[in-house]
Write a protein that binds this ligand. Sequence first.
Ligand code: MIG
Length: 760
Amino acid sequence: MDLGKRKGYTVSEQKVILSFEHGEAEIWAVTSKIINVFCGLESREHDSRAIEENREQAVKLSVEEREDGLWIDTGALSVRVSDGFYVDFYDENGDAVCADYRGQRKPLQVVSDEMLKILASEGHKADRGTGHVFDVLKQLRGDEYFYGLGDKTGFLDKRGYDYEMWNTDNPDPQVDSFKALYKSIPFFMALTGEHVYGIFLDNPCKSFFNMGQESQEYYYFGAAGGNLDYYYMSGNSLAEVLSHYTYLTGTCPLPQKWTLGYHQSRWGYTTLEDVEEIARGMRERDIPCDAIHFDIDYMQDYKVFTWNESRYQGDAAGYLATLADRGFKPVAINDPGVKKEKGYAVYDEGVEKGYFARTPQGQVYINAVWPGDAAFPDFGNPAVRRWWGENQKFLLDKGVRGIWNDMNEPASFKGPLPEDVVFTDEDKTSDHARMHNLYGHLMAKGTYEGLKRLDGRRPFVITRACFAGSQKYATCWTGDNHSIWAHLQMAIPQLCNLGLSGMPFAGTDVGGFGSDATGELLARWVQTGCFSPLFRNHSAMGSRRQEPWQFGEEILAIYRKYVKLRYRWIPYFYDLFHEAERTGAPVMRPLVYHYEKDEAARKCNDEFLLGDRILVAPVIWQGMNKRMVYLPEGVWYDYWTDEKITGPVWFVRDAPLDVCPIYVKAGSVIPAMEPMSYVGEKKEDVLLLDVYPGIGEWEHYQDNGEDFAYRDGEYNQYHIVVDERGISQCRMTHHGYERTYSRVLANRFGVSTELETQRA
Ligand code: MIG
């Protein structure tokens, strides 16, 4: 996009409005470190669905006309705008960090119409034009690593690949060459030798991120519609840049504590007996478990907000209550498609009130999903979100504790929805091309707000489709993976990149969804899965069953060991979630997040950190019983042997099937709890602290684990200091939650000591 020669500018508070030969554009300093670059190709407004609050902070701008362009300085960075609307960013020392590329995009290869057709029929990308209304080309410096971009396949570093943002449900085994999956999070961070920055393209249309696949000289992002509207974020670390992104789009609110427990699911638990077998199986075999998921078969003819009571002895609510008595929280799936059936109240009401998407001719738009012909709620309309939210009462009244949003890309069985299907975008009329990537986001938002109004506890919503900002309303899972080793391998970079995209609460289907698991795969998968923020085993109808006990005693024992380890450390996970709400920091982090300058960390795809204290190096290859481990700088302890190891170092660790190598940083204290078969089984009266000598400190957080009272100060905070001899201090620094620990036990290499807690 070239706007031609610069003609002039005006400054209006923190915005610089620039006029060019061929149009107008804006640079807006949202904060001194967040700059918005805007050209209203479609509208004059930002109309953001990702950023819901005014985030502007006072900045003193200085604007200076120089020979080489207009320089805008915020005190923390400067922006140079030159002819053509080229925009370059400099740090406070005047170093160029991110510059527009001055050349043209490489001409696309021209092929015949006939060839295009053949290519397209074979599924190749074969458009001759770009179809983009704009591209922003940035210079590729050569030493960049790119992170983020949501749930894309492949590895941690996105450099050299190209992607599309168009929420897509593709059941084929997802491999590195996939351009799009279920989520569109048009945000990435670039890490160079010296600098780090982030870019968020706030445009919900289909967009394109070519991170150096097309050229070695530039990378680009562009979109098929909407405005050129992106945010440049500067910072001294990935953590800081990410905090700017979540400052704009919001952080993940603290979840109910039980949601951090183990979830068991399968598409195929249809009757009361099926579910009961699972509930009993978990308790009898001593596998801690907090949630059982109800997939589409609980419904009557796949109609949302119905329950097939005949499969639950005529009393689903009664049965769910018996689950609750045993500590299980039922989570029910909720698809958007509403069965087209006269006399079905949800459909009738939706038609009557105009709550469904329409054809350009004004008819209710019908496609097919699980219930057969179905209408699609118009979630961009606030009244529709409210209606959908109120309907959750049906499920809550049955005893459901969490809502699982599936098929909300939206997926459809009779071809994709045409781009001109009419949707609402708040107070305006819009279309599918503009609302597609927001559909799942808005469904989750309606669900979250409904649950919050009706139930009052922290809503638990799991969604498959997302847009930037969905972390405010939902946790997510990565959709239909397969029971193949490549997908266990992919889980690590995929979940790490989701964390780097503002979505800390994420998980993959442990054991794999499609295809058939083996015992070895399941054992290895639970060793990674027990550390992923959302920990759920789920599989597809027709695939080999993969509950923990399906592969014999050895696998069951391994499975139990890792689920128990997860439960032991739930207080640590909860602390990390508390940090995520406050700062936007991920729970599961790639090594590069804390070791940015470390080349090995920048490229590491097969290890990850939990917070900054625990490093996990799981085995993710069949037949392997030794594992090459990399530990970055610092002193680490082997979790299993307590051996002290100083990094940076590469070494080989024995890893028979029951061992997942885990390392804890010296100077750590990992808050832990006594064994429980579900969260809340016992009062959390005893705080266990797993101590690893060295210099360090930790903030431990405690509340009722359930509602929003913590926002009114009903929580406790403990400041814990560690030195070479162990814990030197454990002090309560905030006392707002009435229940406190009656005992605090420090566990140092297997030796337990009682600690005195100093009161606030
Ligand atoms: O067309 O509800 O990703 O988790 O089990 C398949 C059935 C629909 C896809 C979800 C999967 C779920 C399945 N659903």
